[in-house]
Design a binder for this molecule. Structure first.
Ligand code: AMP
Length: 507
């Protein structure tokens, strides 16, 4: 079944209900949203595109983004959303690799896209202005039939190492992820709203479809970005508003939105990177029990484990703090466990690679058989994340396997050290890496934002974790290197660290 049918039905059943919002205003009702998507699909078909062809979107968030997505599916095509902050050269790689025939661009991204368009790209289409309006006035076409396994979204990974890979998400995968979200993370009633303050090309965009199925309103901040005061004002203007936010965004709201009324929030869903316990507590103190956590990756979109709102709110639970530091437990549609190196599931408490299988999991990477075989070996998605499940099924994520520090033959998980350092009031952000060392193989080094005497940080670590996990060096920076999704780039930190210390590793 084609996921575009959700919009088609909403347009017929509830044409006057609000569908898309921009800032504080309704810009499209379901009737108009559905009609424009059907007409835009007609325009795409008119360009000679046939079901299965790929269409990229290189644009910042806007209501038209949702129109383009649904039009692409309506015509039986596959969407290739690309983060608008990528460099033109990075966009060129995705366009070429995906074989996209068309690319929608927002005005601010048009120059970069035009300069880097590969020969395989036939057309750039503006996602705003008179040209877009003309496309939305073409003759409508009916929804193209699609099977559950047909490609819907080519989800390029954020590529914290090497080239991004295109996770192939089918209509069936998106359906499963949408059901999982609306059933377990944040149930939606008609008229509820979701603010897209994080990129629609990534996690936030994956929540668009469930709103449509449930007649919710997809709203984009007027600036298209993340300004804490604007977010606060937008929440105040809509009914029962929720939002997906990376942990860094939650931190910015805690620190920088004094007028944000917690009562205006239905749910803030965080995930995509570790939420440290200290930060989660600060967020709860400021906004109350209005948070849910999700853990997933492009390969199983937003859907491996979740820590529901009710459990984050349950401060009286004897294991509350421990659970706050976990990524929750498996979604109903997923089987997940920690796997040992020999490919067998590990018992509770033991640490291994997190693997998952179930209806949201991708069928493989686009045009990359080797990476597909490696990621899906044995029928399990190998996430590259290391973690342990407890006997109740809660997953504590340690780190990406490549970020584990091995010192004197013992594994040290950076997150554990980071959690401790963040409890110091002078420390705002921290990232722990391994530095090559002739005696130990690697030693622990902490990169920090904030101020604190190293002796105090040492004492803090000695009071909370084993002596050998204590950083041997503390390096203060103005900011940590992050990618376009706000994820800390440990690879870059390690490279910088090598420059500081020289190839031998010793400072
Ligand atoms: P992406 O495919 O770009 O969304 O990145 C997915 C990766 O982000 C996962 O494999 C994890 O390493 C990390 N991640 C996602 N959600 C969480 C979470 N709740 N806690 C910690 N790390 C997370």
């Amino acid at each position: 079944m084609n996921i575009a049918l959700w919009l088609d039905r909403a347009a017929k059943a509830a044409p006057n209900r609000s569908a898309l919002g921009h800032g504080q205003a309704v810009v499209r009702r379901y009737g108009a949203f559905g009609e424009r998507a059907a007409r835009l699909a007609g325009a795409l078909a008119g360009f000679g595109l046939v079901p299965g062809d790929r269409v990229a979107i290189f644009a910042k968030n806007s209501p038209a983004y949702a129109e383009a997505l649904f039009a692409i599916w309506h015509a039986g095509l596959a969407a290739v959303p690309v983060n608008a902050k990528l460099h033109g050269a990075e966009l060129a790689y995705v366009l070429e690799h995906s074989g996209a025939r068309l690319c929608f661009v927002s005005g601010d991204a048009e120059g970069a896209a035009a300069d880097h368009a590969p020969p395989s790209l036939e057309r750039l289409l503006r996602l705003d202005g008179p040209d877009f309006e003309r496309l939305c006035a073409a003759d409508p076409v009916p929804v193209s039939a699609r099977a559950p396994g047909d490609l819907a979204w080519l989800f390029y990974t954020s590529g914290t190492t090497g080239r991004p890979k295109g996770a192939m998400l089918s209509h069936g995968n998106l359906l499963a992820a949408s059901f999982a979200y609306a059933m377990e993370v944040d149930p939606i009633e008609a008229g509820d709203s979701l603010l897209h303050a994080a990129p629609m090309s990534h996690g936030s965009g994956l929540y668009i479809m469930a709103q449509v199925a449930r007649l919710g309103v997809n709203v984009v901040p007027e600036s298209g970005g993340f300004e804490p005061d604007e977010i606060a004002a937008t929440f105040a203007a809509w009914r029962r508003m929720s939002m997906f936010a990376a942990p860094t965004m939650v931190k910015r709201l805690v620190a920088g939105a004094p007028d944000f009324d917690p009562e205006a929030i239905r749910t803030i869903i965080y995930g995509g990177a570790p939420m440290y316990v200290e930060d989660a507590r600060a967020a709860l103190d400021r906004f109350g029990p209005r948070f849910a956590q999700i853990y997933g990756q492009g390969e199983s979109p937003m859907t491996i484990t979740l820590l529901p709102k009710s459990e984050i709110a349950d401060g009286d639970h004897p294991r509350w703090l421990e659970r706050l530091g976990s990524a929750g437990r498996a979604y109903a549609c997923i089987e997940t466990c920690a796997m040992g190196e020999d490919g067998t599931p590990l018992p509770p408490g033991e640490t291994g690679e997190v693997v998952a299988r179930g209806t949201p999991v991708m069928s493989g990477y686009w045009r990359d058989e080797a990476a597909t075989a490696a990621a899906l070996r044995g029928g399990w998605l190998h996430t590259g994340d290391v973690g342990a499940f407890d006997e109740a099924g809660y997953l504590t994520l340690k780190d990406r396997s490549k970020d584990v520090v091995i010192s004197g033959g013992t594994n040290i998980y950076p997150r554990e050290v980071e959690e401790v350092l963040l409890t110091h009031s002078g420390i705002r952000e921290v990232s722990v890496i391994g530095r090559p060392d002739p005696d130990w193989g690697e030693v622990v080094v902490a990169y920090l934002v904030g101020t604190a005497p190293p002796a105090e940080l040492d004492a803090l670590c000695l009071s909370r974790i084993a002596r050998f996990k204590r950083p041997k060096d503390y390096v203060f920076l103005d900011a940590l290197p992050k990618n376009n999704y706000g994820k800390v780039l440990k690879t870059e930190l390690r490279a910088r660290d090598r420059l500081r210390t020289g190839p031998g590793g010793t400072p």
